[in-house]
Design a protein around this ligand. Structure first.
Ligand SMILES: NC(=O)c1ccc[n+]([C@@H]2O[C@H](COP(=O)([O-])OP(=O)(O)OC[C@H]3O[C@@H](n4cnc5c(N)ncnc54)[C@H](OP(=O)(O)O)[C@@H]3O)[C@@H](O)[C@H]2O)c1
Length: 347
């Protein structure tokens, strides 16, 4: 019989400890996945340090998994079967259940936050997609604001879902931080939804951002980049939607508000709580990357788009090593900062 192990967080601000974990079972709408690869996200570092989102101690957290399905809940059997290769978004962040954390040999994922991974894509590549993908859909497609955290609304840009055959762009979105994991995935999903993306990255990542679908890219180290982005947005002649700020620091907020002031206002979709006192013509919100808005896209888009090469597993993985013992090292690398890459651990 298979045994489970996990990289446990026993208290905030302590190193993960690898130890035995209960073997999870699939609820009716769930899958159990033996993880072949897991990926690291900055939220994992916040969880480890501050214990944010931890609802039960000791905790197993982590959001991105890939592997061959071990057990399929009864209501998920139309879409998945044992042995299917999948990528999935584990939701310990909202459920608080240890079995929903990625940093384990076996993890439970909701079937509606999973998709078949084509055979041609290794697990270590596919695993970069899930959490950033759901964040991107949440950033772009909500029609009505929800609640990101008490007193903070989610953005509701109301843009179309991505399509394998997107219409010619009629709207423009600025993606601030287009080489980040969430920024590059939002660039891909927006481009596939027929939105022109103007991206802001370091110069070394211009080609990377273009490969994600950005129409124009500007370097945030260029002292004139704010004016250049404003000019490029005006000259595109398309309807301006607003800014997706994948970095969300005081500096990016200040630059973003300068751009919005010159562009007649619009959405400011942030990944952290938005700035206070935004002008009346700016609608600011903070995304929350777990939402059923992504369900139809998980179901209908992810696998065919991966198969057709229209959804790329970007940013590329940097494989830190193999085994749950490597998760701590990967978290430390994430904390130190990455550029256009996703940290991955093989299991
Ligand atoms: N609210 C939510 O639901 C949610 C969901 C997911 C993520 N997040 C948050 O979103 C943020 C991004 O996460 P991630 O995984 O996408 O991060 P990431 O991939 O680790 O971000 C690294 C990238 O940030 C870019 N960057 C740093 N400072 C920048 C600046 N001033 N201007 C433009 N780009 C800059 C770097 O670009 P260059 O290398 O090109 O310089 C680098 O490629 C994190 O704070 C995370 O906690 C929130």
């Amino acid at each position: 019989m298979a045994l489970n192990k996990a990289a446990w967080l026993r208290q905030a601000n302590s190193p993960l400890e690898v130890g035995d974990a209960p073997m999870p079972t699939a609820g009716p709408t769930e899958l159990v996945v033996p993880n072949a690869a897991i990926a690291i996200n900055p939220i994992d570092c916040h969880m480890q340090h501050a214990g944010v989102f931890v609802q039960r101690w000791p905790a197993i957290f982590g959001c991105d998994v890939a592997g061959e399905v071990h057990e399929v809940g009864i209501e998920a059997r139309g879409r998945f079967k044992k042995g299917d290769r999948i990528i999935g978004h584990a939701i310990n962040l909202v459920s608080g259940r240890p079995q929903d954390g990625a940093f384990a040999l076996f993890t439970v994922v909701p079937a509606d936050k999973a998709a078949i991974l084509p055979d041609s894509i290794p697990f270590t590549e596919g695993v970069v997609v899930s959490f950033a993908f759901e964040a991107a859909v949440c950033a772009l497609s909500l029609k009505v604001p929800g609640t990101a955290m008490p007193g903070v609304a989610t953005p509701a840009l109301g843009l179309p879902y991505p399509s394998l055959e997107p219409a010619a762009p009629s709207k423009t979105l600025i993606v601030y931080g287009g080489s980040s994991s969430v920024g590059s995935m939002t660039t891909q999903i927006a481009a596939a939804a027929g939105i022109e993306v103007i991206s802001i990255t370091s110069e070394r990542n211009f080609n990377f951002s273009r490969s994600c679908g950005a129409a124009k890219v500007f370097d945030y180290h260029d002292t004139a980049f704010v004016d250049k982005v404003i000019e490029a947005t005006k000259s595109s002649g398309r309807e301006f939607v607003g800014i997706f700020d994948a970095i969300s620091t005081p500096e990016t907020y200040a630059n973003g508000l300068t751009m919005l002031a010159k562009l007649g206002g619009g959405h400011l979709a942030c990944v952290h709580p938005p700035p206070d006192n935004v002008p009346e013509n700016v609608v600011a919100g903070m995304i929350f990357a777990v939402d059923d808005i992504a369900t139809p896209v998980w179901r209908d888009y992810v696998t065919p788009a991966l198969r057709a090469g229209k959804l790329k597993c970007l940013p590329p993985p940097l494989i830190v090593g193999k085994g749950l013992e490597k998760v701590q090292e990967a978290l430390e690398k994430c904390e130190a900062g990455v550029s256009a890459m996703k940290l991955v651990v093989e299991l």
